[in-house]
Write a protein that binds this ligand. Structure first.
Ligand SMILES: NC(=O)C1=CN([C@@H]2O[C@H](COP(=O)(O)OP(=O)(O)OC[C@H]3O[C@@H](n4cnc5c(N)ncnc54)[C@H](OP(=O)(O)O)[C@@H]3O)[C@@H](O)[C@H]2O)C=CC1
Ligand SMILES: O=C(O)C(=O)[C@@H](O)[C@H](O)C(=O)CO
Length: 280
């Protein structure tokens, strides 16, 4: 099995693997074991968030593996309740203390919360934290083009990454095109649709049979060929390995179109539209 993971270059020159590991709901000792297994299975990009209450768990997993810190790309995210400049700086420091890290490779603003309207202030804090060495690359999550444009207009700095909901039932075609034009890497959250629906889909099953791959491998390869960086979560070492074993086959144009055509306007998992949804 070939699990060598290629890398993508961010607009700040830093590199990240083209597939990462999601950690939502992975907490405590069980979570640390799952994350340690993921690292030992070859994952190097690890996603977490202040709001997942698992930055400490991620830190424990890092300390348990023998993989050197500099080979890892650790991400966390700033919650909506800490968008003022001073709160954001304190939260970044708290995230570091919780994980027992000197720096995050990637730090994202978790949601724009447009009604609250403090995300530009939060962005300025991320820019300064990067200057001071607390963060290597800065980005956002769930930002729409209007929010991204405002960041650039008001600070002169465009994010390196935007992590958005992306799976075959919500393929984010226009948002991805916009990112490409502005040199932003798209990361896909809930790349496997989180629930079991994706694993029951007959169209994806047919493509999996054709390539002699699993449904999960077909969906994750689809993300890779779109140019997006998926961050699948799995508590199982077997499924973790299955999910990164996607670099020894290709989907053809027809497969890509068939998968993209599964998208529907109401395809979001929890109807979290960043234009109106606010998370604190
Ligand atoms: N920025 C944001 O707003 C958001 C970010 N995220 C991030 O994205 C990550 C991934 O999304 P998430 O919502 O966890 O959902 P995923 O789409 O990664 O799906 C995870 C589910 O799929 C199962 N699964 C994983 N691999 C396989 C497989 N090969 N075969 C069968 N089942 C499988 C897992 O079960 P099991 O564990 O038993 O294998 C789990 O139930 C999160 O963990 C988080 O880090 C998520 C939501 C929002
Ligand atoms: O998991 C995350 O990163 C979130 O932002 C949550 O909103 C998640 O999408 C969720 O559905 C919580 O119920």
């Amino acid at each position: 099995m070939n699990t060598q993971i290629p890398e993508a270059k961010l607009n700040d020159g830093n590199l990240i693997p083209v597939i990462g590991f999601g950690t939502y709901k992975l907490i405590g000792n069980e979570g640390a074991i799952a994350i340690e297994n993921a690292i030992n299975n070859g994952y190097r990009l690890i996603d977490s968030a202040y709001n997942y209450e698992n930055e400490g768990t991620v830190g424990a997993a890092i300390r348990r593996t023998s993989v050197p810190r500099e080979e890892l790309r650790i991400t966390s995210k700033l919650p909506g309740r800490y968008h003022t400049y001073q709160d954001a700086l304190h939260t970044i420091q708290e995230s570091l203390y919780r994980a027992n890290l000197d720096y995050y490779d990637v730090y994202l603003i978790h949601w724009p919360n447009p009604k609250q309207d403090q995300y530009v202030e939060a962005w300025q804090a991320l820019i300064d934290a990067r200057k001071w060495g607390l963060i290597r690359s800065i980005g956002v999550s769930n930002f729409l083009p209007e929010h991204l444009n405002r960041l650039e207009e008001e600070t002169g700095v465009m994010p390196s990454i935007n992590q958005v909901e992306l799976h075959p039932f919500f393929n984010q075609e226009s948002q991805r095109k916009w990112h490409e034009k502005h040199h932003i890497i798209t990361e896909s959250w809930s790349p496997l649709f989180r629930t079991s629906n994706v694993f029951k889909n007959e169209t994806i099953k047919d493509i999996a049979l054709k390539h002699n791959k699993t449904i999960s491998q077909i969906v994750l390869r689809w993300h890779y060929q779109l140019g997006a960086v998926p961050i699948p979560k799995s508590s199982s070492p077997v499924r973790q390995l299955e999910n990164i074993s996607i670099f020894d086959f290709s989907l053809d144009d027809k497969d890509m179109t068939t998968l993209a055509n599964l998208t529907r306007p109401d395809g979001r998992i929890n109807d979290q539209d960043p234009a109106v949804y606010e998370e604190f």
